[in-house]
Design a protein around this ligand. Structure first.
Ligand code: PLP
Length: 417
């Protein structure tokens, strides 16, 4: 195609050849998760009438109740709360944490510094108003070791009688570290419970869903949250989040989302229900498309000399592909190239800006159908050393390939390759 220069097309063929076996591996995960989701729908006898949206209080909304049941089943959890009323992943995580923590309790993150937007929820940054800290909930974190593993000596020292919740972030977020696989998270659960059996293990599962055959809640995690404009929304859900885990904790989160006494019994779904069901149905496949795209991206960027994390042949547990660029010019060309490849807003040129909740200027490519939807092909990069670009998503593998080639083309046009 004339869009791309010959050398870039040749690189593409080469990279794709290299990742063939990885692509087949992803297909097997998609089959497993697709069948798991279908069978959960079948067990709950999902019917057409469940898709109707309630109004007003939303009492007795069967579609909403069954959706919770299907999610709990898919995630191997006792209970789930799936709602369009969660405004974002941050809101969902915040609701889960405020749901179970009380004044005097402590939240301890054992996977290092959490995702940027959570710093203000915790009260570590910003004016602190309304944060966990403002409510007398203490916070601690244990940095990861040099090799990216949990510092168990540090964790053993940091856990105190006040430690109520252990926080684990599955995905790398905006950090140059490895994400934690479900198996690794299972081992973390065993270890922290050996130190303090009654601790609540919370997992921020954003970007992780359906990238492996199992989910953290199948391995003893007590409470977990994620965003519906990421993986489990399948690119169809228009907004929302989910919380799942032990019933007692999910109920507490529901009381925080609405109000004590009404909890999960209210909440009009308006017109969102069908999209949530259909999105969940499509999610395993869409996540597979995105994962294939990430593997391809990693292979081709490595081919031109950039360091990628994960490497194309490494095990994956989330959607995020990090690429380390040589400087801000490459980084910006990369993000602008991804934007140029969008079906929506391809004519817009992204520039770095100060985003609420983030500490550095961020440049984002998001030519998406759902605003900020990051199961759709998108790229973000905080403009800070060492100039790492993060890309994720892609509703179709073909689109990701197109986006990655466009990023390379943009670099080539600026004489950066
Ligand atoms: C996206 C994300 C969040 C926050 O979700 P928003 O929808 O951006 O508020 C939290 N943690 C991780 C790991 C994420 O990837």
């Amino acid at each position: 195609m004339a869009t791309f220069s010959q050398d870039i097309l040749e690189l593409s063929v080469k990279a794709e050849k290299k990742v063939e076996e990885k692509i087949r591996e992803i297909d097997r995960i998609v089959d497993y998760n697709q069948w798991k989701v279908i069978e959960a729908f079948q067990r709950s006898k999902v019917s057409d009438f469940h898709f109707a949206g309630s109004t007003g209080y939303g009492y007795n909304d069967r579609g909403r109740e069954v959706l919770d049941e299907v999610y709990a089943d898919v995630f191997g959890a006792e209970s789930a709360l799936v709602r369009p009323h969660f405004a974002s992943g941050t809101h969902t995580i915040s609701t889960a944490l405020f749901g179970v923590l009380r004044p005097g309790d402590e939240l301890l993150y054992i996977t290092g510094r959490p995702y940027d937007t959570l710093h203000q929820v915790i009260g570590e940054e910003g004016d602190g108003a309304g944060s966990l800290k403002d409510f007398g909930i203490r916070y601690g974190e244990v940095d990861l070791l040099e090799d990216g593993k949990v510092d168990w000596e540090g964790v053993a020292k940091a856990i105190t009688p006040a430690t109520k919740v252990i926080g684990i972030q599955r995905s790398r977020g905006y950090d140059w570290r490895s994400s934690f696989t479900v198996e690794e998270i299972g081992l973390m659960v065993e270890k922290v419970k050996a130190i303090k059996p009654d601790v609540i293990v919370f997992v921020d599962n954003c970007y992780g869903e359906f990238s492996e055959e199992h989910e953290p809640t199948e391995f003893g995690v007590d409470l977990m949250a994620g965003s519906l404009i990421k993986n489990p929304g399948g690119g169809i859900a228009e907004t929302g989040g989910y919380i799942c885990g032990k019933e007692i904790y999910v109920d507490q989160a529901a009381n925080r989302l609405t109000a004590p006494g009404i909890g999960r019994e209210v909440g009009a779904m308006l017109g969102t229900t069908r999209g949530m069901y259909q999105g969940l149905f499509l999610a395993p496949n869409t996540v597979g498309q995105a994962l294939k795209g990430s593997v391809f991206a990693s292979a081709i960027f490595e081919e031109v000399g950039f360091v990628t994390k994960p490497a194309w042949n490494e095990k994956r547990t989330d959607l995020i592909q990090a690429i380390s660029f040589s400087g801000p010019e490459h980084l910006i060309a990369f993000v602008q190239g991804i934007q140029r490849a969008s079906a929506v807003d391809s004519h817009v040129v992204p520039e770095p800006w100060e985003m609420p909740g983030y500490e550095h200027p961020v440049i984002m490519a998001a030519g998406t159908f759902i605003q900020g939807g990051s199961l759709e092909l998108s790229a973000d990069a905080p403009i800070r050393e060492p100039y790492i670009g993060y890309m994720q998503g892609g509703l179709t593998y073909s689109h990701v390939k197109y986006g990655v080639l466009m990023a390379l083309q943009s670099m080539k046009e600026r004489n950066l390759l």
